[in-house]
Ligand binder design. Structure first.
Ligand SMILES: Cc1cc2nc3c(=O)[nH]c(=O)nc-3n(C[C@H](O)[C@H](O)[C@H](O)COP(=O)(O)OP(=O)(O)OC[C@H]3O[C@@H](n4cnc5c(N)ncnc54)[C@H](O)[C@@H]3O)c2cc1C
Length: 457
């Protein structure tokens, strides 16, 4: 009999898992991909805005990690990989724009001088003094980023330098994200016995990158998604999965139209909040662990402004939400990407993305499109004095899409995986890292786990 696999969820994690299974199991394997969305890709979604392809979910990937360049090479898509133009982002704090501090790890400085102008003199003195104060670090500890950085460098470093970056990556805050997930090399340097936070940051800082830190795809992520789907030759069924049941030989996935899909093995590549319903009767420990992963929502407003709109030569702005700063209320966005500046201009438009929503707020869920567009226009005016009407726009919501990597996340994920029955594997951005490269890695691991067990019945 031909081996049969079900992949539940057709985001990047599910598509990579389906592709890996096809490469290993060969053309005879049945691979069924269940996803109810109007198109595959999940949080990777390319829309045409102002006539140009623009990613309205994830827009980039870290190129220091090997997974994406390797996957693109494998698929013959390396020539589609593009780099940033070299322009830098800004930070908006205290009602002013500041250069992004150089030489930091997720905003945590190695030198006080890199934060001059962004934090006050007392904070600069505190950073300078940090190496003289004894550091009590317990090997393997996983405090929140705010606990460690606030204690050593002061609250302003957290709110003005670290938080804007973490809001960009997780829609989260230093007060809720664990150090080990946010900055693994820093935790490793502390475990190795760095005598101060300053020393640990210096030890963990990667050498300055000559090339762009971020890559993207010419034509958007759609190019990659289409190729993965084509090569996986997976049969996409546009339905949601309801539950996974044991079957006499392997598993059955019940979909929301009542059809049962038989499989020797199953990859579950749905977001964490969707996982418990599918497996709580066969994997209660896994379901309980998945329920403990908190999520945030975000909304992205993509605008095409007329060509020649006087935007600065910067890649964008990250916004500090300092609770003690009244002027923060001037802005609603948490980040602005000047896409045409960051990746190079295409067509006669200036493409801009504004992101709204942080962990714990309901902006992305509750704010109507018209209000989001009004906020976007107001924020561009506040930041850059730009008041032109867009020639095109698109509003995209990502509800519960951004997992929060709290303290102890790695242990939680180990518990989640340990509760899985044989031949059921998980993949997704809530496991080993939120970024697209980490999703590729988790999907590869899921497929490998199933393939190692074989499909003998
Ligand atoms: C706004 C935003 C910006 C981001 N920016 C970046 C970035 O620039 N760089 C980066 O590296 N990462 C970025 N990320 C993170 C990254 O995009 C995600 O972690 C990654 O795309 C998640 O992929 P996934 O396949 O694990 O999950 P998803 O993309 O969420 O896919 C899950 C799929 O499961 C489907 N599904 C749900 N329930 C069911 C069900 N019951 N049955 C069947 N299917 C189901 C959904 O329809 C969906 O297609 C960003 C995330 C967001 C939200």
């Amino acid at each position: 009999m031909r081996p049969a696999y079900c992949v539940v969820g057709g985001g990047i994690s599910g598509l990579v898992a389906a592709y890996r299974l096809r490469m290993a199991a060969g053309p005879d394997a049945d691979i069924t991909l269940l996803d109810p969305a109007d198109r595959l890709g999940g949080v990777l979604r390319t829309e045409r805005v102002g006539g140009q392809p623009l990613d309205v979910g994830a827009e980039a990937f870290v190129v220091r990690r090997p997974e994406m360049p390797a996957l693109l090479a494998e698929l013959g898509l390396s020539r589609r990989q593009i780099a940033t133009t070299g322009v830098r982002p800004l930070i908006y704090s205290g009602g002013r724009l500041h250069p992004m501090p150089p030489g930091t790890l997720q905003g945590i400085p190695a030198e006080a001088s890199s934060l001059l102008g962004l934090v006050d003199d007392a904070t600069v003195a505190r950073i300078l003094d940090e190496r003289t104060r004894p550091l009590h670090w317990r090997r393997g500890a996983d405090p929140t980023v705010a606990e460690l950085v606030g204690d050593r460098f002061g609250a302003q470093v957290v709110t003005r330098s670290v938080d804007p970056l973490l809001a960009g990556v997780y829609a989260g805050s230093a007060a809720t994200i664990g150090l080990r997930s946010a900055v693994p090399p820093l935790a490793a340097a502390l475990d190795r016995g760095a005598p101060s936070l300053t020393d640990a940051v210096r030890a963990a800082l990667p050498p300055p990158a000559g090339d762009s830190v971020f890559g993207a795809l010419d034509g958007g992520y759609r190019v990659l998604l289409d190729e993965l789907h084509r090569r996986s030759a997976a049969h996409w069924v546009q339905v949601g999965a309801e539950r996974v049941d044991r079957a006499p030989r392997g598993w059955e996935v019940l979909d929301d139209e009542g059809t049962r899909w038989r499989a020797d093995a199953v990859v579950l590549a749905v977001p964490a909040p969707r996982l418990p319903k599918l497996i709580e009767h066969i994997a209660p420990r896994t379901a309980a662990a998945a329920r403990r992963i908190r999520v945030a929502s975000a909304a992205v407003v993509a605008l095409a402004l007329p060509g020649g709109t006087p935007l600065p030569q910067q890649s964008g702005v990250l916004v500090a939400a300092d609770p003690h700063d009244d002027r923060r209320s001037l802005l609603n966005a948490k980040a602005v990407t000047l896409s045409s500046r960051k990746w190079g201009r295409r067509g006669n438009v200036e493409l801009v993305r504004l992101s709204f929503g942080r962990y714990g707020d309901t902006l992305a869920r509750d704010t109507g499109d018209e209000d989001l567009l009004t906020w976007a226009a107001r924020d561009l005016s506040t930041l850059f004095g730009v008041t032109v009407d867009p020639v095109d726009s698109h509003v995209q919501r990502w509800i519960d899409a951004m997992p929060q990597y709290g303290p102890g996340h790695a242990d939680l994920v180990a518990e989640l995986r340990a509760g899985l029955p044989p031949k059921v594997a998980v993949a997704g951005g809530y496991l080993d890292g939120i970024g697209v490269p980490a999703c590729v890695a988790s999907a590869t691991r899921a497929a490998d786990t199933l393939l190692k067990l074989g499909v003998a019945r």
